[in-house]
Design a protein around this ligand. Sequence first.
Ligand SMILES: NC(=O)C1=CN([C@@H]2O[C@H](COP(=O)(O)OP(=O)(O)OC[C@H]3O[C@@H](n4cnc5c(N)ncnc54)[C@H](O)[C@@H]3O)[C@@H](O)[C@H]2O)C=CC1
Ligand SMILES: O=C([O-])CC(=O)C(=O)O
Length: 330
Amino acid sequence: MVSVAILGAAGGIGQPLSLLLKLNTNITKLHLYDIVNVPGVAADISHVATNSEVKSFLSDKQLAEAVTDIDLAIIPAGVPRKPGMTRDDLFKINAGIVKGLVEAIAENSPKAIIAVISNPVNSTVPIAAEVLKAKGVYDPKRLFGVTTLDVVRASRFVRDIRPEVDAATLRVPVIGGHSGTTIVPLLSLASAKLELSSKEIEELTHRIQFGGDEVVAAKNGAGSATLSMAYAGARFADSVIRAMKGETVVEPTFIPLAADPEGAKQIRELGAGQLDYFAVPVELGPQGVKAIVQLDGADKVTDFERKAVSVAAEALSTNINTGVNFAKSA
Ligand SMILES: NC(=O)C1=CN([C@@H]2O[C@H](COP(=O)(O)OP(=O)(O)OC[C@H]3O[C@@H](n4cnc5c(N)ncnc54)[C@H](O)[C@@H]3O)[C@@H](O)[C@H]2O)C=CC1
Ligand SMILES: O=C([O-])CC(=O)C(=O)O
């Protein structure tokens, strides 16, 4: 029995994510929550011939019920970017949305695993942590910022210049955070030998860091990545659920490093320093984070990548503080 709630289920990400999770046979109960349009989305998806039960929850009045007896809550609620905006420009609106939703989860399913998609992830995850702490139910092993789209892009963009690579199986560790220069692909540690020139590395790194902008520009005011994000979110949710059921699964994700203080030492030495949050490859287990996976061959990390980590760490520090201060003062 696995119960999953999607909060923001009627949105651009929420709808395809709900559909993909309806196809996930490990899920028995799917709670779809939004402040608009969700009854239609749930009725539609509930006709798909898999065994899970789909329920709709509309508006604040049904929020508590939507997040009761939930194993995994996924949060894509909030506004997306328009051209010219950074993810940080979304903070004003999305910070309060995430805070309210996490409060409800803390009160009704205090042991749920929480996966935050809403941007800016670098700040919304710290907000979620502060809310959980204030409610006395914080477990750093159970809180995740979803950065799967960054690794998905890394694999796909490598294939664009190396057609012999299988995009579906290539793994490139992407560490740091989830916005612009806080996203740091470690191409030197890719699972296949890529033989990239310095120019290719610089261009690929930039493309992975700013991949979201390509979609924002192409959608031209109609939002940001939704379909590739739904794919990435469904993959992350599937990994979390398979780990709940005892499988060993590794996913890179933005986590509180307190989830595994011993395992965090390597990433701290690589440049995360004293930061409380960082995206790292994580071995998932039944309780969420089992361990931070040690980078294989960290000595191979290039000077270019080390510099990128230090740039990322500086911006991340500001983003994290913004989230923490908001949660403490709100
Ligand atoms: N982590 C990542 O890699 C990515 C994150 N995102 C972020 O995901 C978020 C959602 O993006 P889209 O689905 O494209 O936006 P959207 O505007 O299409 O959908 C957002 C949904 O959230 C709902 N919502 C608003 N306030 C709510 C509340 N208090 N409770 C429940 N639902 C609420 C809206 O009614 C809407 O249905 C944005 O912040 C976007 O930046 C987008 C792509 C990738
Ligand atoms: O670019 C955006 O605003 C949405 C996002 O996080 C992404 O596509 O990676």
